[in-house]
Design a protein around this ligand. Structure first.
Ligand SMILES: Nc1ncnc2c1ncn2[C@@H]1O[C@H](COP(=O)(O)OP(=O)(O)OP(=O)(O)O)[C@@H](O)[C@H]1O
Ligand SMILES: [Mg+2]
Length: 449
């Protein structure tokens, strides 16, 4: 392994070179950008640490020559202080990571762990693995709207920077989990994706679930248990419904993100975490921050390159692309021939608001295929609300009240619950949301006086 350090001669450079040599690296140094370029060609480093400001040029100008090498040097930018916009800029242009001085060598070591793990598998291996992953990635994010193209670009960018935290925001059913899985599968990481739903566990359980526990840590702890952070080593730990995470656990999570260390419940030794952080939420995190329900520091720590998934109703023609995709996919699995949707059906799909987003669309297509039998899908195979027959609230007359969205949502949830005799699974299916999302909504509704 060869490391090239391009920075002025200061204490940090000396410390960094010492650290790298101790780790077994062959180290070369350059004081200027020009010298760095020359060494890039001659020395072909595995990894390069490049100062953000060099006497003769900006460090980011060195990213293209370094990364375009056949060896594909991994570039780390060294900054005098954290400047988020500069970090994002550097990473967008191909830098692997961005470190602020003074360097935290535990952190540097962890990032190098990842680089080294990749180097172990040969380049060819890497390529074929990448292709396999692409193939195995079950559904691509379908869509051609500018909003979805932006999402697809971010998926690619984040999969090329496998240590950057990932935050995915979007309404229920808009594809947050699909995006998380795509990023994981496209990243060249060796470990698994481990998912935890923050709404589904109590505070005490959540902690031992995440960090594991030692034997005897509490009454039920009969044996030592590994937590999800350990199980996700070298892979991804995905926090679904992050907005529901209790504040005490948020504090612990922030500590792991900052130090990359954690302890099992009842444990006394630090364990190093090498899992990538991903999270999804359908809540408005900035609002939760203002309300004091979500830690501001944690929010800023994970909000590096956030992905905001557009609602389906804002994706224009993508609605038809997705409908067509499901007609083919589900039609195939039912042994039907493919049939284009009739224009009036398309118009109704385009005009509808899709509160349950893509999941709701999938359910609507599935239902319509069943009702249509072997014939084409016609308007009468669509649910009444899509055909434009109002089901929530009474319209017309003097009593028409204009309600805020949350109230309509709550009323509608109550109606559906009533109609299903309080059956949560059926209610969730009808609403086009996951059962855990429904439970979270009910929990919130119960809190409102
Ligand atoms: N752009 C897309 N292309 C293809 N399929 C999609 C797309 N977006 C979402 N889906 C599909 O829609 C369904 C719902 O997506 P997903 O479970 O990722 O949503 P979610 O945002 O995590 O929902 P929730 O908030 O309820 O957990 C899945 O079957 C997923 O494969
Ligand atoms: Mg989800």
């Amino acid at each position: 392994m060869r490391a090239l350090v391009i920075d002025r001669a200061d204490r940090t450079r000396a410390q960094l070179c010492g650290f790298l040599r101790n780790r077994g690296y062959e180290v070369a140094v350059a004081d200027t950008g020009e010298e760095g370029k020359r060494l890039t060609k001659e020395f072909v480093p595995t990894v390069a640490f490049v100062a953000q400001h060099l006497p003769d040029m900006g460090g980011d100008l060195l990213i293209p020559p370094l990364t375009s090498q056949d060896a594909g040097t991994r570039v780390m930018i060294l900054a005098e202080a954290v400047e988020l916009d500069k970090a994002v800029h550097a990473m967008k242009h191909g830098a692997e990571y961005y470190f602020a001085k003074p360097l935290d060598f535990d952190h540097v070591g962890m990032i190098l762990d990842g680089v080294e793990a990749l180097q172990h598998s040969s380049r060819e291996n890497e390529l074929s693995r990448r292709l396999d992953r692409r193939k195995s990635s079950r559904t691509p994010t379908i869509g051609e709207s500018p909003q979805i193209i932006k999402v697809q670009r971010l998926i690619k960018l984040l999969s090329q920077n496998p240590t950057t935290p990932v935050l995915i925001m979007g309404e229920s059913g808009s594809g947050k989990e699909l995006v998380a899985r795509s990023i994981h599968e496209l990243s060249l990481v060796s470990g698994p994706l481990v998912e935890i739903n923050c709404a589904s566990l109590s505070e005490a359980l959540l902690e031992s679930e995440l960090f594991g526990h030692e034997k005897g840590a509490f009454t039920d702890a009969k044996v030592q248990k590994k937590g999800l952070f350990e199980i996700a080593a070298g892979g991804t730990i995905f926090f679904d419904e992050l907005g529901e995470m209790p504040l005490t656990i948020q504090a612990k999570l922030l500590k792991v993100l900052d130090t990359h260390l954690f302890r099992r419940v009842g444990g006394t030794t630090d364990i190093r975490s090498s899992a990538r952080f991903m999270a999804a939420t359908n809540r408005d995190l900035p609002l939760l921050v203002r309300e004091g329900k979500f830690r501001e520091d944690l929010y800023y720590r994970i909000n590096v390159l956030p992905i905001k998934l557009p609602s389906l109703r804002d994706r224009g023609n993508d609605i038809l692309l997705l409908a067509d995709h499901y007609v083919r996919l589900l039609g195939d699995s039912m042994g039907r021939g493919y049939m284009r949707l009739a224009p009036p059906v398309e118009d109704m799909l385009l005009a509808y608001r899709w509160p349950g987003n893509v999941r709701e669309l999938r359910n609507v297509v599935e239902r319509a295929l069943i009702l249509a039998g072997n014939g084409p899908i016609a308007p009468e195979h669509l649910p009444s609300e899509i055909r434009g027959i109002p089901s929530v609230g009474k319209s017309g007359g003097e009593n028409t009240r204009l309600l805020p969205l949350w109230q309509v949502e709550e009323e509608h949830i109550r109606q559906v619950l009533h109609a299903t005799n309080d059956n949560h699974s059926r209610t969730a299916a009808i609403l086009g949301i996951s059962r855990s999302t429904l439970l979270a909504k009910l929990k919130r509704m119960a809190q409102v006086p």
